[in-house]
Design a protein around this ligand. Structure first.
Ligand code: PLP
Length: 373
């Protein structure tokens, strides 16, 4: 029987989330405007304090966005110029941009096709005596294998940055991502698991000197108002965004639980051959995205679109294959990432969805593959 939807199944629904918190959000915005403290001040401090408590790190430095967080974080490590920094080949371009903009050289590392996260075996093979750091991405909200990565870091004396832009709330053995490496970076771009109403980001660390350096770089190299002992830049967390983020942070754990419950439905109802491998039992996936893989990706995407189901692709082109990186040459290509880019499809995921909607998506997909229900 043809299932017909009354309304679209949305990939993301920011309006619905706002409606559920409208009074609180409006109060927070009004309060910030009343106090007229727009740059720095109590709202920024309040959010930084609650976010560091959430992640369990000693420090949180609010910055303007997740890309700046990566760049400022990398700069704070004081690596020799032109160091090699290893970056996974499947990520958003911010991860690799930060390497170039801070004066270093990108080395791409392939992904594990079972998880789409960084492949530890390939990572080891990419380390040279010029390698000084690795930016690990907890892609789609799945923690990267930090234990093996930290071991490599120790063996080769490498710094670790965790790009947690997709992984608010993800954990390994109950410990939050962002608290394993030298520092962790977060984006609060509106569509992330914790999103602002514009751009925002943060760096978390438990290292005092990294925290101080990041704070200084993000605020013109200042120690005091006109005391600049280095040049920095302007990348501060906006106070209005901070007040919105503080309001939403209270609900984040519930939202992530909802994501996990929806992911369980997908895992139970979809053909196993479409699924990425289930997270290791000690890993808590934050399910920023629920990604499946199929050779018939484009066809399935169009089919779901006709049924009223919105989907996304993360990412359609692996980083080494982007025009921006052709100058790096063939040695930087990553076969698994290239292959995966043509097969991945991100299904609707988020606290805005009902179980019925996710069940309907599963039925459509099973219908597409001719699976009898
Ligand atoms: C969103 C994202 C970023 C960039 O964050 P912005 O706040 O948009 O600058 C960086 N890395 C990854 C993996 C992301 O998904």
């Amino acid at each position: 029987m043809e299932i017909q939807l009354e309304k679209k199944i949305k990939f993301l629904d920011l309006k619905k989330q706002y409606d559920s918190l409208a009074d609180e959000i409006d109060d927070a915005i009004r309060e910030t405007i009343r106090t007229s403290s727009y740059v720095g001040g109590p709202n920024v401090k309040k959010f930084e304090d609650s976010f560091k408590e959430f992640v369990h790190t000693a420090f949180c430095v609010g910055v303007a966005n997740g890309t700046d967080a990566l760049e400022i974080g990398l700069r704070s490590l004081n690596l020799p110029m032109q160091s090699e920094v290893i970056v996974p080949a499947n990520s958003f371009i911010s991860t690799s941009e930060a390497v170039t903009t801070s004066g270093h050289n990108i080395v791409f590392c392939d992904i594990d096709p079972q998880t789409s996260n960084i492949c530890v075996k390939d990572l080891r093979s990419k380390i040279t005596n010029r390698t000084k750091a690795i930016i690990v991405v907890h892609l789609y909200g799945l923690p990267a294998p930090m234990h093996s990565i930290l071991q490599l870091a120790k063996e080769f004396d490498l710094r670790i940055i965790e790009d947690c832009a997709q992984a608010h709330g993800a954990m390994i053995e109950g410990k939050h991502v962002g608290s394993f490496g030298d520092l962790g970076t977060f984006s609060f771009y509106p569509g992330k698991n914790l999103g602002a109403y514009g751009d925002a980001g943060a760096i978390v660390t438990s290292n005092t000197s990294i925290a101080e350096k990041c704070r200084r770089i993000a605020n013109h190299g200042r120690t005091n108002k006109y005391d600049h002992n280095i040049e920095g830049r302007n990348s501060r967390l906006d106070a209005l965004q901070a007040s919105i983020l503080s309001t939403k942070l209270v609900y984040l754990s519930d939202w992530i639980s909802k994501r996990r419950a929806l992911a369980d439905i997908y895992r139970e109802k979809l053909p196993p051959k479409l699924l990425l491998s289930a997270p290791h039992k000690d890993f808590e996936h934050a399910y920023h995205l629920f990604v499946i893989k199929t050779d018939r990706r484009d066809e399935l995407k169009r089919f779901l679109e006709r049924k009223g189901v919105e989907t996304g692709i993360h990412y359609p082109i692996a980083l080494p294959d982007l025009d921006a990186y052709t100058h790096l040459g063939k040695k930087n290509s990553c076969a698994h990432a290239t292959q995966s880019a043509g097969r991945v499809l991100s299904l609707p995921m988020g606290e805005h969805l009902s179980n019925d909607e996710v069940n309907a998506v599963c039925e459509f997909i099973n219908q597409f593959f001719g699976v009898k229900l």
